[in-house]
Design a protein around this ligand. Structure first.
Ligand SMILES: [Mg+2]
Length: 231
C-alpha cells in the first residue's frame, strides 16, 4: 500500500559534484580577494554552520573575513551569485533515470517528500528545478534550522505532508548519519548506493539505483526485508 517516501537530495537523486563545488569556491576566493585554497578549506570546515545558519552572501563574507579579507558588497554579491548558479545547474542535472523513477512512484500512488541538508542557495534553486514539481513537500535544513540527523527536520517533513513516520520510507545515501536519524524517528530506511556507496554506515536494505526502489518497496510493504540496523 503506497504511503510516503522521503528522499535525501545530494548523492541520492543526483550527483553531489563535490569537485565542481570546490572549483567554484576557489573562483569565489579570487573574486573576494582571499586565498582560494584557504576559502575552499573554510567552506569544508564550516559545513555544519552553512547548513543551518547563513545565506550565500553571509557565508562568503563571514569566511572571507575569517581569512583576513575585507570584500566589498559588490564582490560578495558576485561571489555568492556563482554559488546560486552552481546550485541551479546541479539541481537541473538529475539523470533522466531519476526523473523516470520518481514519476513511476508517483503514478503508483506514492507521495514524495524531500529532506535535505542544504545551504540557502540550494533551497532557492530548488524552486525552479525540474525536481520540485515532482514533490509534495520539500524541507531544507537551512529553512527549518535543523540538519539531519536532528529529529526536528524529519518531523518537519512529516508535518508538511500530514503523515506519520509509520507510513513513511526514507531513502538516502547515508551521509551525516541521516539513515540512523531517520530510523530513530520511526521511518523505514532504504540506503541508495547509486551515486556513492557508503556501505559502512548502514546494514539494512539497499538499492543500486532508484529504478530498483519499487521492487524493494513491494517487499517492504509485504513485511519482508526489514532488517535495518545501523552498524
Ligand atoms: Mg546525501
Amino acid at each position: 500500500m503506497p504511503g510516503t517516501i522521503l528522499f535525501d537530495l545530494f548523492h541520492t537523486l543526483l550527483d553531489g559534484a563535490d569537485g565542481q563545488r570546490d572549483r567554484v569556491v576557489a573562483r569565489m576566493g579570487e573574486i573576494v580577494g582571499v586565498d582560494p585554497a584557504g576559502l575552499v578549506a573554510a567552506y569544508h570546515a564550516s559545513w555544519r554552520e552553512r547548513l543551518v545558519c547563513w545565506s550565500a552572501e553571509e557565508t562568503v563574507l563571514t569566511l572571507a573575513r575569517r581569512l583576513g579579507g575585507d570584500p566589498s558588497a559588490e564582490q560578495v554579491a558576485r561571489a555568492a551569485a556563482l554559488r546560486l548558479e552552481l546550485a541551479s545547474w546541479l539541481l537541473n542535472s538529475a539523470p533522466s533515470s531519476t526523473l523516470v523513477a520518481l514519476d513511476g512512484l508517483r503514478a503508483a500512488g506514492w507521495r514524495l517528500g524531500l529532506v535535505s541538508n542544504a545551504t540557502a542557495e540550494a533551497a532557492e534553486a530548488w524552486q525552479t528545478s525540474g525536481l520540485a514539481r515532482r514533490f509534495d513537500a520539500a524541507v531544507f535544513s537551512c529553512v527549518v534550522r535543523a540538519a539531519k540527523p536532528d529529529p526536528a527536520i524529519y518531523q518537519a517533513a512529516l508535518a508538511a505532508l500530514g503523515t506519520t513516520a509509520q507510513r513513511c520510507v526514507f531513502v538516502g545515501d547515508g551521509a551525516d548519519g541521516e539513515l540512523a536519524g531517520a530510523a530513530a524517528v520511526g521511518l523505514t530506511v532504504v540506503r541508495t548506493a547509486e551515486f556513492i556507496d557508503r556501505s559502512g554506515v548502514w546494514s539494512g536494505p539497499v538499492v543500486d539505483s532508484l529504478a530498483d526502489l519499487p521492487g524493494l518497496l513491494d517487499e517492504i510493504s509485504a513485511g519482508l526485508g526489514l532488517s535495518q540496523r545501523p552498524v
